[in-house]
Design a protein around this ligand. Structure first.
Ligand code: LLP
Length: 415
């Protein structure tokens, strides 16, 4: 699933560098990303959207490392943020605020002020109460807040229930039937400027049909608004395109976008997208070393130095990540659960995998570029992994391994 990963003379290489050399230089566990894979994923969107006004806003939550953000900023990306923290990162990485959209159900007053002062492109407003608050905050600053309403098209994205977001039962967006009333209300508020409409139906989508269904519904609403004199300059269709972790067969970006673009054929609004996983997921892997092999009567365990605090997806969603040996080994293959050192049964990275490994060997946990590092924690007082970006035959350390002292530097002893 990782386009720039290949085995050369028994050694796994990402672009021009062997993962063994990266482990020797930076230690383990380490997240390793390929700049070429990031760029080609982004360009696939750019190419598919060529010839029509469009903006690809990378969903920062998928991986917010400044090194990654700066690669996308240089390619002309916009950014989809969900917090003031993510906005600060985008600006620190050289991203343009005029290409930032701000999603999320819980924007605080401070975050609104921060985004207004930066001059972001659009607030994707998710409730009536947020609309009122934003109007008030913008008025206080003497500014006009550009808004889109995030509508909930109530389509079933057919993905994992934890990551489907466009159903009525989800907390996201405003109900489709309420949208018109809310747009009218927004039009009457002096410190808001209606700019667009947004929707996002879920993540790891493998079928373009639900997206096209949502797009058609949104389109109908846009026309209804126009008939009331509320015209929009952009339509934001969110993110969600899935990737291959195991045996999934996601559509290519162009094939995923084609039915959507067909819905908007002949229309002038700018189309925005908020892809996260499909831009970074398969551009990154987690490099880890086997500490112990622990054979058992029911199961064999490979205890590695990465854990659920580094990559939470298996524990949290029962997600599958492919695991491969970094160097071909003479050892016979056996069936292992790959587990970390954390004191929880849920601390596994992979289960029931055939691996030919010995103690001290390196493993690559694939498809870990999205929602890996960003969902990591310091559980068990484990410093977060280092992050490295490979660019051709150069490796850049883009985040140092966290030191132990830094983990409690903000804490205080009391008498
Ligand atoms: N836009 C909005 C409003 C979103 O809520 C999300 C993701 C995206 C864009 C980006 O979606 P993507 O293109 O990455 O599918 N932690 C979970 C995924 C949670 C996704 C949340 N929202 C995981 O590890 O699978």
């Amino acid at each position: 699933p990782v386009p720039t990963l290949q085995r050369v003379d028994g050694q796994l290489k990402l672009e021009g560098l062997s993962l063994t050399s990266i482990a020797e230089r930076f230690g383990t566990p380490t997240y390793v990303y390929s700049r070429a894979a990031l760029s080609s994923a982004f360009k696939a969107y750019q190419n598919a959207l060529q010839g029509r006004p469009a903006l690809v806003c990378y969903a920062v939550k998928a991986n917010s490392n400044l090194g990654i953000l700066s690669v996308f900023a240089k390619l002309g990306a916009g950014f989809d943020i969900v917090s003031g923290g993510e906005l600060a990162r985008v600006l620190a990485a050289g991203g343009s605020p005029s290409r930032v959209v701000f999603s999320g159900v819980g924007k605080s007053r401070d975050e609104m002020r921060q985004a207004l002062e930066a001059g972001i492109r659009c607030f994707n407003v998710e409730s009536a109460a947020e609309l009122e608050r934003l109007n008030e905050v913008a008025g206080g600053l003497g500014r006009l807040a550009p808004i889109a309403l995030r509508v909930n098209p109530d389509v079933d994205p057919k993905t994992h229930p934890y990551i489907s977001t466009g159903l009525k039962s989800n907390k996201f967006g405003v109900a489709f039937d309420e949208a018109l009333t809310l747009y009218r209300r927004a039009a009457s508020l002096p410190h808001l400027k209606i700019s667009g409409i947004a929707c996002h139906i879920g993540s790891q989508l493998l079928d373009p049909a639900p997206m096209a269904e949502a797009a058609a519904k949104v389109c109908g609403l846009v026309d209804q608004l126009a008939s009331e004199g509320i015209s929009l300059d952009h339509i934001d269709l969110g993110g969600g395109l899935g990737i291959c972790y195991n045996d999934e067969n996601p559509p290519a970006v162009a094939d995923y976008l084609a039915p959507l673009l067909a819905v908007f054929e002949g229309r002038g609004e700018e189309l925005c997208f908020e892809p996260g996983r499909s831009l970074v997921g398969n551009a990154g892997l987690l490099l880890t070393r086997i500490e112990y092999l622990k054979p058992g009567t029911e199961k064999n365990f490979a205890v590695v130095d990465a854990a659920m605090n580094d990559l939470a997806r298996p524990a949290l969603y029962d997600a599958y990540h492919a695991v491969v040996e970094v160097a071909a080994s003479a050892t016979q293959s056996q069936r292992y659960d790959v587990v970390g050192p954390i004191c929880e049964s849920g601390d596994f990275l992979a289960r029931e995998r055939n691996l030919a490994v010995s103690e001290g060997d390196l493993l690559a946990i694939l498809s870990a570029g999205a929602y890996g590092m960003t969902m990591s924690s310091n559980y068990n007082t484990r410093g977060r992994a280092a992050e490295v970006m490979v660019d051709g035959d150069t490796a850049h350390l883009i985040r140092e391994r966290e030191s132990i002292e830094s983990l409690y530097a903000l804490e205080r002893l009391i008498d």
